[in-house]
Structures are given as C-alpha cells and as structure tokens.
Design a protein around this ligand. Structure first.
Ligand SMILES: Cc1cc2nc3c(=O)[nH]c(=O)nc-3n(C[C@H](O)[C@H](O)[C@H](O)COP(=O)(O)OP(=O)(O)OC[C@H]3O[C@@H](n4cnc5c(N)ncnc54)[C@H](O)[C@@H]3O)c2cc1C
Length: 374
C-alpha cells in the first residue's frame, strides 16, 4: 500500500492550485451572481490541459492519469466548483469518444473537445426521468441514410452553448443507442437557461429535438446496449464529482477555521470553545475519509478495474458527507454563515447539488446493493 502521490501528480496538483487561485477567483461572481459561463477562461483551461486530463496526447489529452483528474477537480472546486463541473463535461464527453469513437469521430470531436474548440454536452435526463433509462422517450429512427431524432433532454449542462450533444435515445429496436447531434441542425433548439440554487453559471437548459436528421456516421459505438456506456461514463463523472466535494469540504474547513480564529466570544476567539473544536474535528475527520475514498477510487480506475460499485459507494459517501461538513462549517459562522458576504454561503448551496447529479444517492444505493455478494 502506498498513500503518496507521485512527483508528477504533486507537481500537477500544485500547478492547478496556483492556476485556480489566480485565474478562477476573479470569476466567482460571474458564475455565481450572474449565472453566466465565462468563455474567456477557455484558452487558459486548454493551456493547462484541463479538458482532457487522462487521455493520450495523440487525441489532445494531457497523457496523465485518473488520479490527476481527481486532483485537478479538487483544486478547482476549492475555488470555484461550477468551473470544475465544466471541466468534467469536457473530460466525460472526450472519454466517450475515446472509448467508443471511430478514428474519424475522435478527430472530429475528441481532439477539438480537449483543445477547447468544441463543446459537447452529455444528454441523458428527460422531463419524465433522470434515473430510469427504460423510461426515456427520445427516439432515433432510421430514415434514408441516417436517423431522425425526436425528444426533449432536461437539465443539460452547457446546453445553452454546446456545439453538439451526445444524446441517449431509443433506436428502431427500442434499445438505447448513443447519437451525436450537432446543435446547428434543423429542428434542434434549446429552452431558456435554468436559474438554480448552486453550481451556478454552468448554463443548464432543455434540448429540444424536433425531426432532427443526422447522418449514419453520427452513431457512437454502434447500435444498442448503451446503458452500459452510460454506467461506464458515469464512473468518471462520479470520480470528478467526489473529488469536487473533497475540494468543497477543504474550502469549508479552511473558512471555518479562519472565521473561528477571528470571531471573539468575550475576550477569546470562538476557536477556543470546545463546541467549536468538536465541529472542526468532525469536519476534518470526515474530509480526510472522503479524500482517501476518492483517491482510492481514482487508483482503481487507473488500474483499469470495473469501478461501478466502488464509484457508487464513493459518490454516495462523499456527497452526503460534503453536505454535513459544509453545514457544520456554516454553523461555525453563526448567522454570518447565511450572508452572501461569506464564502460558506456559496459552498453550502453548491454542496447540496452533488447529491442529485450523476444519479441521486438513492440510485447509488441501488447500484451498490445489486453488487453485494449474497
Ligand atoms: C446541476 C445539475 C446538472 C445536471 N447536468 C446534467 C447533464 O449534463 N446531463 C444529463 O443528462 N442530466 C443532467 N442532470 C440531471 C441529473 O442527472 C438528474 O436530475 C438526476 O439523475 C435525477 O433525475 P430526476 O431529477 O429526473 O429525478 P427522478 O428520476 O425523477 O427521481 C426523483 C426521486 O425519486 C428517486 N428515484 C427514482 N428512481 C428510483 C429508483 N429506481 N430507486 C430508488 N429511488 C428512485 C430519486 O432518487 C429521486 O429522489 C443535472 C442535474 C443537476 C441538478
């Protein structure tokens, strides 16, 4: 067993930390207050190679590992969690092309995603369900030399400005297949941007497809059985989300310590109170457990193992722990914690979002129980 990061991972972690503090701090209000995605940051994300971390440089990647992906997510989320979500969209969609794409699709989509030249969103959820694949209603029916896609996708991150969408749809046989739909095709439109509680500025919206014709070459990974592709894609998504929650927890602990050292109770800082010790100690311990569970999950992914159960356990534990840890951080702040003047208010709103993304906590429990030995 080796709990140390490699020299390369440590260097990467430090460089992302410096980048996040310097370049992302000024963007907090743009994303959180204005609920707007700051495009101007994209060349800098690309220069840092943050949109294709674990992929071969031949396809635009950084040639790093999943542990580095997790480290980058943690560092970015410490400063600005919705920017880490944006990086996640790049890495998850690039991963689908890496795993399932033809050489032509990799050239046309994966390389431009990693190089920040194309944004591709990932679209599974629909108005009637985000949890149960059998309930999806979007269809892609054969027509001439291609397919005709009809349906609505809901809560799609970066939907407002994506150049293309990876759409999970039912094919002629009722199986789920994965299709690439460029957003400038006739019949494709989006609804208004969602105004939401946390992780603001990621620009969520509905994608509406009304008889959208796509060519045959726009199927990704062949016909049918793409529920497995979804589960596999979600293991990377869950790793990213868990690492982001670790970043949120670290930021909350830092804020809680800083506040408690300066806030006076009679002549002493509240940091000296036993009740505050208990909160800080719980926060620090849960953070450490969550961090190592996440790093272990990244390690398993780097070994090429099937991580569906481990990622579900990690995501379940880490996201619910983040809600507790950030709430305790807020408690340390007393009534000031609910003020927008304090960072903990934003961390609190952001933390709640993670229990819903990439499968709710209830769905993670189902995934875990199905895989327990009987
Ligand atoms: C910030 C944000 C970004 C998102 N980005 C994307 C995106 O880019 N692409 C995308 O496709 N989706 C995206 N989503 C959607 C997200 O994945 C879904 O919201 C999520 O999967 C839950 O789906 P739902 O809201 O339809 O809930 P439902 O599926 O309607 O579930 C409602 C409730 O019932 C429970 N439930 C449902 N089925 C079961 C079951 N079988 N067993 C036990 N409990 C069950 C759920 O846990 C939940 O508590 C995003 C969501 C958010 C909040």
């Amino acid at each position: 067993m080796n709990f140390n990061l490699t020299e390369q991972q440590e260097m990467f972690q430090k460089s992302v930390r410096r980048f996040a503090e310097a370049e992302l701090t000024p963007l907090i209000d743009v994303m959180d207050k204005e609920n707007r995605y700051p495009f101007e940051i994209r060349p800098k994300l690309v220069a840092m190679n943050l949109l294709g971390i674990p992929f071969d440089p031949k396809y635009g990647g950084a040639g790093a590992d999943y542990a580095s992906l997790a480290l980058a997510m943690e560092e970015v989320a410490k400063v600005l969690a919705p920017m880490a979500i944006s990086m996640q969209v790049g890495n998850v969609t690039a991963d689908r092309f890496n795993k399932l794409g033809t050489e032509e699709q990799k050239r046309e989509f994966m390389i431009p995603i990693c190089e920040g030249k194309r944004v591709v969103c990932f679209a599974f959820t629909e108005p009637d369900t985000g949890s149960n694949p059998k309930m999806i209603k979007t269809t892609a029916k054969s027509a001439g030399d291609g397919y005709v896609v009809n349906g609505i996708k809901r809560f799609i991150t970066h939907g407002t400005f994506a150049d293309a969408a990876l759409i999970f749809a039912k094919d002629d046989d009722g199986d789920i297949s994965l299709f690439i739909v460029e957003t400038d095709r006739k019949g494709f439109s989006t609804d208004k941007k969602m105004d939401k509680l946390g992780l603001r500025g990621t620009e969520l919206c509905d994608l509406i497809m009304n008889d959208v014709h796509i060519p045959k070459k726009n199927i990704l990974g062949g016909k049918g059985k793409k529920f497995d592709a979804l589960k596999d894609a979600m293991t990377i998504g869950k790793l990213c989300l868990s690492a982001q929650c670790v970043g949120l927890m670290q930021a909350s602990l830092t804020e809680a310590i800083r506040y408690s050292v300066h806030r006076m109770h009679f002549d002493h800082p509240i940091f000296d109170l036993q009740a505050i010790h208990w909160l800080l100690a719980e926060m620090a311990s849960r953070l450490e457990a969550a961090r190592w569970l996440t790093y272990r999950a990244a390690f398993l992914k780097d070994q090429g193992m099937d991580t569906i159960k481990d990622m579900a356990m990690t995501k379940l534990f880490v996201t619910s722990t983040a809600v507790d840890v950030v709430r305790w951080g807020m408690q340390v702040h007393g009534a000031y914690g609910i003020s927008k003047e304090y960072k903990i208010e934003r961390l609190f709103r952001d933390a709640k979002m993670y229990e819903l993304l990439e499968g709710t906590s209830e769905i993670q429990r189902e995934l875990i129980v199905k895989r327990l030995p009987r």
